[in-house]
Design a protein around this ligand. Structure first.
Ligand code: IPM
Ligand code: MN
Length: 357
């Protein structure tokens, strides 16, 4: 549609600064592309939980599912804990499980002008981590059993939960292959990452992966144990196209990947299900940076790129991605060694709006 109804969850910490930046850029982009916007803010997150005792306003899941797109800032505050003692990653549970967004898409792409933690060049690193988002170790969230002397959590892998996320990964590899230009030497491939040499749950994940892979003869398939994958993602990230893995492994390896593409501020993500989707940075709410205008909004802008693609505006998505890449390539945006942008959040927002033309 030329008209987009978007729900925005500003979140905690640096979240409101990031979503504000993204909306500024979106308004400029919408004007250029002739799109009209209806933006509705939703309250959710740790601060909201502290005030109301609930992580979200009632009815929010239905409204999020009904919107054309959902843009979310990071949530969580170190001093806001669930009664069971775990962090207020509890909103993640409410949204990811509540909306059944089973595929968490985390593209890792090193842009020209950005320094990653390895010696790779822009163009070398361009892969996507597909993190299973509704089961695995995170299914134990809030359900672990603890005494003062021992605690257990359960890692659950199901056939249906694995099959659907693996299928999503192969479809993504197909879409990426179709979009690549003919000169590209990158081979379409999905790599399964697990610890099937040690744990039965992961052995099932691997088995189901092999079964689904057989339905995609046009796409290569590979396998790595998670420890070896961590090594390869640092040593040879250029060999990867799409990787699929259990929830907790995806959490860890996506932060590792982020370090190789300029840091956590450079990675957006999409939580995608069959009926709903929402888009957010892969990082947390960085309370120490909050309210100071220092945070890098690029992760939120790249999340917006994924949102636009998902809601059927690939042209707007491409224009925005190109503008972000150009802002870094031209040196209009530069990052300090700790990953915050020179000139702060505003400098990035302004540079990207300027690069939109
Ligand atoms: C992420 C985050 C969340 C997670 C936190 C905030 C609970 O780290 O999206 O990767 O662990 O999934
Ligand atoms: Mn994480």
């Amino acid at each position: 549609p030329r008209h987009l109804t978007l729900a925005v969850i500003p979140g905690d910490g640096i979240g409101p600064e990031l979503t504000r930046s993204a909306l500024t850029v979106l308004h400029a982009l919408a004007e250029q592309k002739g799109l009209t916007l209806d933006i509705r803010e939703e309250l959710a997150g740790a601060e909201h939980f502290r005030r109301t005792g609930r992580p979200v306003v009632p009815g929010v899941l239905d409204r999020l599912a009904a919107a054309d797109g959902v843009l979310k800032g990071p949530v969580g505050l170190p001093d806001v804990r669930h009664p069971d003692g775990t962090e207020a990653g509890l909103l993640g549970g409410v949204l990811r499980t509540g909306l059944d967004t089973y595929a968490n898409i985390r593209p890792m792409r090193l842009l020209p002008g950005v320094r990653g933690a390895t010696r790779h060049a822009a163009g070398d690193i361009d892969y996507v981590i597909v993190r299973e988002n509704t089961e695995g170790l995170y299914l134990s969230r809030g359900a672990g059993v603890a005494t003062p002397d021992a605690a257990t959590d359960q890692l659950m892998i199901t056939r249906s939960g694995t099959a659907r996320v693996v299928r999503h990964a192969f479809e993504l590899a197909r879409t990426r292959a179709a979009a690549r230009d003919a000169s590209s030497t990158r081979r379409p491939e999905v790599v399964c990452v697990d610890k099937s040499n040690v744990l039965r749950s992961f052995a099932l994940f691997h088995t189901v992966f092999e079964e689904v892979a057989a339905d995609y003869p046009d796409i290569g398939s590979g396998h790595l144990y998670a420890d070896a994958a961590a090594h390869e993602l640092v040593a040879h990230p250029e060999r990867f196209d799409v990787l699929v893995m259990e929830n907790f492994l995806g959490d860890i390896l996506s932060d590792l990947g982020a370090a190789t593409v300029g840091g956590l501020g450079m990675c957006g993500s999409g939580n995608i299900g069959d009926g709903a989707a929402y888009f957010e940075p892969i990082h947390g709410s960085a309370p120490a940076l909050a309210g100071r205008g220092l945070a890098n909004p690029t992760s939120q802008l790249l999340s917006l790129v994924l949102l636009l693609e998902h809601v059927g505006h690939p042209d707007a998505a491409r224009t925005l991605h190109t503008a972000i890449a150009r802002a870094y390539a031209d040196g209009a945006v530069g990052l300090t060694p700790t990953g915050t942008p020179h000139g702060g959040t505003h400098a990035v927002t302004d540079a990207v709006v300027a690069a939109l033309g």
